[in-house]
Design a protein around this ligand. Sequence first.
Ligand SMILES: [Ca+2]
Ligand SMILES: [Ca+2]
Ligand SMILES: [Ca+2]
Ligand SMILES: [Ca+2]
Length: 415
Amino acid sequence: MYCNIQFPDRATRPLFLLISFLLLQGIYADCFSQVKILFDATKAETAGSADWVIDADQHNIQWNPSAIVCSSSACHQSNAQRIPTPAQPLAGVATGETYWNGALSFWGLDCAYKGYKVETLPAISGRITYGDAANAQDLSNYKAFIVCEPNIPFTAAEKTALLDFVNNGGGLFMVSDHDVSDRNNDGWDSPHIWNDLMQVNSTQNNNPFGFIFDYANVSETSTKVAGVAATDSIIHGAWGNVTRVKWSNGTTMTIDPGVNPYVKPVIYRTSVSSASGNTGVMVLYSRYGQGKIVAIGDSSPCDDGSGDTNDALFTGYNGDVTPNHRNLLMNATIWLVSNDKKTYTFSGNGNWSNSVNWLGGKVPPLILPAGDSIIIDPVVNGTCILDVTEHIAAGATISIATGKNLLVPGTLNIQ
Ligand SMILES: [Ca+2]
Ligand SMILES: [Ca+2]
Ligand SMILES: [Ca+2]
Ligand SMILES: [Ca+2]
């Protein structure tokens, strides 16, 4: 369900519009939230012998180097549609992974089992945006964006969208492959594409996530799990423990905690005997702004072995070092979409946009993500003036303390 409050324009609304606590309470009682996860298919994830999609009903694409659809035999790559078919199973209902057709179907169906709604951003029509109301698949509609081995670089606008998405609370799953793995012959492979996102962007903030991918080609099984807490979300997460991974031509990462202290390696190469330090990282997670990042250096653990019959696929997801890869990817997905609940309290008097009016100077993001809450509690005889366009995502809440006032000259959207 989508709930949207649009207040009248200046000509027709009262000079002061006061919203009561009871009115807002009644609105969210009718809204519920479901975590939505978007799998990207716009960056040649099905080029060559890759089929990194959750479900494709058609196989009529050629990556040359961008996607074209044709009827000739040259166009045979998976063309994943937005909504997988047959209809997504209900939470807790297990199906065989061939219920959908794609080498990521196992991963997608495990997400469905958890109760997450999964969609694909289609190759031809999909657009990577953040805050674009004209795009039905704008990233603001999703809790996590999974990009498994991108083979086309992100445009400047797409980079800004991705960084804004994470900064505002989104979860980005970054899967890379080995150096020299350009599958659509545009001169770009996934480690270079990911580094281009992190090092050449509008924020002028090199390596905002605190790491870069190495240009390596690594095949090994490693048990070098970093020393982590017994409650670590990735190694000892909700789906099960992770004790090892197997890279089949993948790469590694180098971290820079001086740039981002949240970056946290959890699995290293076998050669890193201490399972610590800044180099030889195979799996890590990090935070940026209010959002989260997981990065792994190989796409093979994501491959469930079935999908496009033109491709040579392997059972990495649940066939190599079973059940570690499945546990790793699902633990990571669950962590990405889980809320670190944040509360923002308006405790001053005056404009919403003025940080001095917020407890601790923490102004809520313009799109309040699920799980977060805003409390409007101005000083006695004070007023909170909403002078911005604020979106309250599904699963987020806004409440007004008893007897206190929220003035809405701007726009308040509640989803
Ligand atoms: Ca393919
Ligand atoms: Ca299908
Ligand atoms: Ca490429
Ligand atoms: Ca499959």
